[in-house]
Each structure stands twice: as structure tokens, then as C-alpha cells.
Design a protein around this ligand. Structure first.
Ligand code: SAH
Length: 462
């Protein structure tokens, strides 16, 4: 290792950048994130550097470089358009004992700049000693996906927790063992993605009950409407590091495939109208698995917080003192709206959009039907296929215009997706004729966009 990576304190430091072109701008893009005073000396600067100057982030001196610019500098970047000027400026700085970098001239540098993955205060620097910037970029890209954007806040939070841990573990070696246990249990991926609340809970539990109590977590993860491309990055990461995956009927195989083959898979779904796994049983299962120190992913179709009984699972996990996290997903109403090419809200038409269910614990779900029978009312109805005749009856009873459009999207986002445009007056018949058995969203007050409608009638004509 010829080049030693070190992290230099920039607070109260002054960094001199000579040059105002693309090379200087590239260096400044990192430097503006530091706490240093940045002095740019250049007759001309790029619009981006001018913007930083306007914001007061850099001080621009519009003139040629003079040697006294180096007075008191912490670091010098010679990044003008002229290589020989840069080499000369770097040599002057180094003669004064100031570390200097000359753009694109390794031989004239006393330091070179690494590729960075910035999750301040966590920073990963990747250097190849100038042998292969392309390789450094490829490694950087890998780390960019590995390290969550929340890592910096997590690190700051750990800093706050350290005092608490220190009180309980005054001895350094014991403290080191404690933190090793916190981050060593389970998969690094999920540790890095812990929310602040979950980490605090982990730490407090470990302080109270000893490190042996550590481990299990429960994550309520949105599996989206079925198309694996609509899974969030966070959901994929959670699946990747899950020990146990507890999933519903609406979760597609393509989504489950993101989990490890060695993970334990537990199906707790229910066929429409069929026998379901009692909710209490699911709650107990989540807790039992987490108590074994496992990373449990509770995978739910769409968004876990919409018609998914998430509150009951959250309550159970919290009552058991197990850290629980929520990873939102794309709800099926959003996928259905995308499928028909229409905005869920339109200026001048609807100021709100309701997500409602056709069923509740008592059977067909009662709603504020007077409101949904008014012209311009719009709603996305979940679990509405079996309740279609009931919904139609209620809407008509409250005076809905019979020709009010309803568009049905079955299996939104999946290869077998079906779109059916009908009206309130013909809703149950259309569902029957279309062979719609669900899962489907009924979009009340919506017609498919013209382009979608055209391709539907082309298909129908075939
Ligand atoms: N949490 C889920 C909803 C669960 S309730 C979400 O946010 O989407 C189950 C209902 O969701 C189904 O009866 C159906 O109305 C709807 N649904 C789920 N997946 C769907 C899909 N791919 N296409 C259309 N509707 C779907």
C-alpha cells in the first residue's frame, strides 16, 4: 500500500482550488460536502461553481493564481485547464508542506482522491492507487446499493446510544463485545437497515436482559400488486435476509423468489370464501419465530397497511417487545390506476379518492353511500367482486346515475391482468360475463384512458 487512506478534519480548514472548469467542478462536488472554507481561484468558472458561490458555499476570486493564495491552506487542488500550471502550483504547495493534488497527474500529487460512498458520518472510500478508476466506480456502485441511505442517521443515533451502553458496560472490552453482539446477530444487511426505534429497542433489551435476548425482528413488508418489478428495493433486501417468510395468498411466486432458498416459508393465506388461518395464530407465529432470534418477514400483498390487519400484528409484536418494522409497498389501487392510464385524482373532478373495502368482519361493508352516489365521486374498491351486487344496490338506492362508469382491473400488474369497463347499472353482469373472480379492484367513477380503451377493443375484436 503506497497510498495511506486517512480522514482529514476539514472543520476550520481552508482548501484552495485553482481552476474553475470541469476538473475543478468535479473536485468541488465532494469538497462542498465538507466543513472546509473553499477558496476558488479562477478567471472563469462553470455555472455550477457559480451557483455554489452564490449560495456562499465557495469563495470565488476571479483572477490568476498568486503564490500567496497558498498561505495557511490545509489542502490544495490544482485543477486548472493547464497541466504545467497545475504541476507548478502543486510543487509550490508541497514545498510549503501542504498536501496537494494536481488533476490527472499522479506524479505531481502528494495525495490522490478516492471514489466515495457518502453516508456521512459513515464514509467508504475506494482507492486503486490510480490503477483502475473504472474498477473503483464498479465497486462504488455495489456499495451504493448495499448501504441504505439511512445509514448516516443510524450512525448518529448509535453515537447517542453509546453513553447509555457505557453506563451499563464501563469496561471497554465488555462494551466491544456488546456492540459485536448487536451487529453480529443475523444478517448485516438487515442490521444496517434497522430503524432508529428498532435499534434503540434492541439496545435497551440487550442492556436489560443480557445479550442473549438479542436477535429476532419482525418486518411487515409490502409485496406490491404481484409484478416483481414493482417490489421496492427495501422489500427485496428484507426478503434477501429473511430467515422466515410468512406470506399471504396474494403474494406472487416472482416476489417470493427474492427470498433465500434456505429460508423457512409459511403460507397463512386464505382462499376467497375459504378457510383462513386465524389472525391470532398468525400473530403467535410471528412472535414465536422472532423469539427464536430469527429475522421474520411478514409479506403482504400490496401495501401492508391497507386492508391487511397490520395493526393487529403490530400490536402483538409491540406487546411482546419485539422490534418491528414496516416496509411500504405499492397498493393494488395504484397499480390498477396505472393499468387504465388514469390519474386517481383530477383537478376539477375529485378532491379526494377513497380506498374502501367491499367486505368487513360483518359481511358486506356499509359505507357513506350518499357521498359515493354523487356525480364525480371516485373510489377504489378492494374485495369488491363478491359484493358487487350489494354495492350496485346501495349506489342506486342513494341515487347514483346508472351510467356512472366503473372499471374493473383484475390481477393488476400481472401477466394475466384483465381490464373491464362497465357502469353501475351493469356491474354484476359484467363481472360475471368477464369471468372475474379476483383479485380485482373496482374503480368507481373511472373509465380507462382512450389509448387503453382502444387496445382493449382491438383485443376484443380478435
Ligand atoms: N394490502 C393489499 C390489499 C389487501 S386486500 C393492497 O394494498 O393492495 C385484498 C384485495 O386487494 C383483493 O381482494 C383485491 O381487491 C385487491 N388486490 C390485491 N392484489 C391485486 C391485484 N394484483 N389486482 C387487483 N386487485 C388486487
Amino acid at each position: 500500500m503506497r497510498y495511506l487512506p486517512i480522514h482529514i478534519d476539514t472543520q476550520d480548514g481552508r482548501i484552495v482550488i485553482v481552476g474553475g472548469g470541469a476538473a475543478a467542478e468535479a473536485k468541488l462536488r465532494t469538497l462542498v460536502k465538507t466543513e472546509a472554507v473553499l477558496d476558488v481561484v479562477a478567471t472563469r468558472i462553470t455555472p455550477e461553481i457559480a451557483r455554489w458561490a452564490e449560495q456562499g458555499r465557495v469563495n470565488h476570486s476571479a483572477r490568476e493564481f498568486v503564490e500567496s493564495d497558498l498561505d495557511g491552506a490545509l489542502l490544495v487542488y490544482a485543477a486548472s485547464e493547464d497541466d504545467s500550471d497545475n504541476a507548478m502550483i502543486s510543487a509550490l504547495a508541497r514545498a510549503r508542506g501542504i498536501p496537494a493534488n494536481a488533476a490527472d497527474q499522479k506524479a505531481a500529487c502528494s495525495f490522490i482522491t478516492p471514489a466515495l460512498v457518502d453516508r456521512s458520518p459513515v464514509v467508504v472510500s475506494i482507492g486503486t492507487e490510480g490503477t483502475s478508476p473504472g474498477l473503483a466506480r464498479a465497486i462504488k456502485a455495489e456499495f451504493e446499493t448495499l448501504l441504505p441511505s439511512t445509514l448516516g442517521t443510524l450512525a448518529l443515533h448509535i453515537k447517542d446510544l453509546r453513553a447509555k451502553v457505557k453506563r451499563s458496560y464501563p469496561e471497554l472490552a465488555a462494551r466491544q463485545r456488546f456492540w459485536a453482539a448487536i451487529f453480529g446477530k443475523g444478517d448485516l444487511n438487515s442490521q444496517l437497515r434497522l430503524s432508529e426505534a428498532a435499534l434503540t429497542q434492541h439496545v435497551e433489551m440487550a442492556i436489560e436482559q443480557g445479550e442473549a435476548a438479542l436477535g429476532g425482528t419482525i418486518s411487515l413488508v409490502g409485496a406490491g400488486p404481484g409484478n416483481p418489478d414493482l417490489l421496492t428495493h427495501q422489500a427485496r433486501q428484507k426478503l434477501h435476509s429473511a430467515d422466515v417468510v410468512i406470506y399471504d395468498r396474494l403474494v406472487s411466486q416472482g416476489v417470493l423468489d427474492f427470498a433465500r432458498r434456505e429460508a423457512e416459508y409459511i403460507y397463512v393465506g386464505k382462499e376467497a370464501g375459504g378457510v383462513s388461518t386465524p389472525q391470532e395464530h398468525i400473530n403467535a407465529l410471528l412472535i414465536e419465530k422472532a423469539r427464536q432470534g430469527l429475522a421474520v418477514v411478514r409479506l403482504k400483498g400490496g401495501d401492508p397497511l391497507i386492508f391487511g390487519r397490520a395493526d393487529e400484528e403490530l400490536d402483538a409484536a409491540r406487546a411482546a417487545g419485539i422490534p418491528v418494522e414496516i416496509c411500504p409497498g405499492i397498493t393494488s389501487a395504484a397499480a390498477a390506476a396505472a393499468a387504465i392510464g388514469q390519474s386517481l385524482t383530477s383537478r376539477g373532478v375529485n378532491k379526494s379518492i377513497t380506498y374502501m373495502t367491499g367486505h368487513d368482519t360483518k359481511g358486506f361493508a356499509e359505507q357513506d353511500w350518499a357521498r359515493f352516489s354523487k356525480p364525480g365521486a371516485r373510489a377504489a374498491i378492494y374485495m369488491g367482486v363478491g359484493a358487487a351486487r350489494f354495492i350496485q344496490g346501495r349506489l342506486m338506492l342513494y341515487g347514483a346515475v346508472p351510467t356512472t362508469p366503473v372499471t374493473i382491473v383484475e390481477n393488476a400488474s400481472r401477466p394475466e391482468q384483465i381490464i373491464l369497463a362497465t357502469t353501475v347499472s351493469t356491474l354484476p353482469e359484467a363481472l360475471k360475463r368477464g369471468g372475474i373472480t379476483g383479485p380485482a379492484i373496482l374503480l368507481l367513477g373511472f373509465t380507462p384512458a382512450q389509448s387503453v380503451a382502444a387496445s382493449l377493443s382491438r383485443k376484443a375484436a380478435l
